[in-house]
Design a protein around this ligand. Structure first.
Ligand code: ADP
Length: 456
């Protein structure tokens, strides 16, 4: 014991161990029970608080999962006023809006599907690589597909055969045969947000129209041939009558015979034109392109006109240089071209001259038929190569030798079958120049210097 920093003695106290351990023994169980109760209490309170926070979140997560899985009727049931409650309301609104959009989308796409289904044209939609993504019912019918049969996977698998015959007076490159039908195919690219997404093809069934057109062509061909048959003996008999072989004729009879001869040759020309047109349409015209001298053909075409030209006092000049290269042409058809152009030049020229001029122009020979005749009205000149187009309102309407407007259309088609071009320049009252180009035969790189059958 220390008092004022001085150790003054030693104090000792003794307690029995019973005194310490007895207190501890008495307090142990109440302490353990209190600790356990506090632990359970903390756990229960914590659990309740945690449940209050997590269960709305769980509900939201479950709702989102259900909506994503397609259950658009599912709504969050969290109704609390806190942030989670607000989130739940926003989520439900979003789902409503989504449902509204989906309904709208379904309505629009349903309408479009109904339109596609009711179209009388076949429709095929492809992606950029030609893989078919949609075939409408009309197209399935055209393809003879049963309800269960799968559509072709790729556009190239469609059994389409190009139709190369001339239909509706022209060569079309978009007609195809599919089984026993003739279809016009039109394709176009479609874009989504400016990007090319694929192609849509429309198949229009023209079988009936094509069959009618074929029947018309056959009818014209048959009738024309039938009409031409009696014209040859008729002309022969008239020639015999005129020459006096069947007895002497007086001037009046001669004039009548001359008139009949003129009408017969007009009819023959008309019927011949119709036969050529029918042959062109049916693809029955055989064109042999071979190296050909122009001069002999021009001479042959001009020969039958010499008398008429003399009567009309029209001079015919043939201006073809000696060294004019040979052209790739079918001799018969080139003669037909020249005959038509010279015949027209003579018909529509009353005075002056007709010149046939040939010049080499690069890989082609340009042939011009120049006349000093009536000229062609500006309103007519753009259509002059179309079928059944002829000058109206001038004195040519009443001419005995006027045609039905087929001559120049035949000329144009024949020139095109020679891979050439034809055009006309004209001034009313001053004359016309019909020009066409034919390939030179010596241009080795030029294709098609072979026999060509006009596509059927
Ligand atoms: P057509 O049988 O009526 O002569 P074409 O097709 O040969 O038919 O000619 C069509 C029309 O073009 C003619 O009716 C005529 O008006 C005009 N035409 C053709 N060639 C000439 C020409 N050389 N001069 C003036 N007009 C022409």
């Amino acid at each position: 014991m220390i008092i004022r920093s001085q150790p003054v003695g030693l104090l000792s106290v003794g307690l029995s161990s019973e005194f310490v351990s007895g207190i501890l023994d008495r307090a142990r169980w109440p302490l353990l029970a209190a600790t356990f109760a506090a632990g359970v209490g903390i756990f229960v309170v914590g659990f309740i608080i945690a449940r209050q926070i997590t269960s709305p979140l769980e509900e939201l997560v479950q709702t989102a999962t259900d909506v994503t899985a397609g259950n658009l009727r599912r709504r969050s049931r969290v109704r609390s006023k806190d942030e989670i409650g607000l989130l739940s309301v926003a989520f439900n609104r979003m789902t409503e809006y989504l449902l509204h959009l989906i309904r709208q989308f379904a309505q629009v796409s349903g309408q479009r599907a109904a339109i596609l289904d009711s179209l009388s044209e076949g429709v095929v939609v492809c992606d950029l690589y030609g893989r078919i993504t949609l075939v409408n019912p009309t197209m399935r019918r055209l393809l003879n597909l049963s309800a269960e049969a799968a559509s072709p996977q790729h556009f190239a698998e469609l059994p389409l055969e190009p139709v190369t015959e001339r239909v509706f007076n022209k060569q079309t490159d978009n007609l195809y045969a599919l089984h026993n039908r003739i279809l016009r195919v039109r394709g176009s690219a479609f874009t989504v947000s400016g990007a090319n997404e694929g192609y849509v093809y429309i198949f229009q069934d023209l079988t009936d129209e094509v069959n009618i057109d074929r029947a018309k062509t056959n009818f014209i061909a048959t009738i024309s041939h039938e009409m031409r048959t009696p014209l040859t003996p008729l002309r022969g008999n008239l020639d015999m009558l005129r020459s006096g072989m069947a007895g002497t004729i007086n001037d009046q009879q001669r004039a009548m015979i001359e008139d009949m001869r003129l009408q017969t040759s007009n009819m023959t020309r008309l019927v011949t034109n119709m036969i050529v047109v029918a042959e062109l349409d049916a693809g029955a015209l055989n064109i042999e392109l071979e190296p050909t001298q122009v001069k002999p053909i021009v001479d042959k075409a001009a020969w039958p006109l010499r008398k008429a030209l003399k009567t009309k006092n029209i001079e015919l000049q043939i201006d073809l240089p000696e060294d004019l290269p040979m052209v790739l042409a079918d001799t018969i058809q080139l003669r037909t071209i020249m005959e038509h152009l010279l015949d027209n030049a003579m018909k529509y020229t009353d005075q002056g001259s007709i010149t046939v001029r040939g010049r080499q122009s690069d890989t082609h020979v340009q042939i011009d038929v120049i006349d000093t005749g009536h000229g062609i009205a500006p309103t007519l000149i753009d259509r002059v190569f179309d079928r059944f187009v002829r000058g109206e309102g001038d004195e040519s309407n009443n001419r005995a030798d006027r045609g039905i407007g087929l001559g120049l259309s035949i000329v144009k088609e024949l020139v095109e079958y020679h891979h050439g071009q034809i055009w006309v320049t004209s001034q009313v009252g001053q004359g016309s120049t019909f020009s066409f180009l034919l390939r030179c035969a010596n241009v080795s790189s030029e294709p098609d210097a072979t026999s060509t059958t006009v596509a059927a």
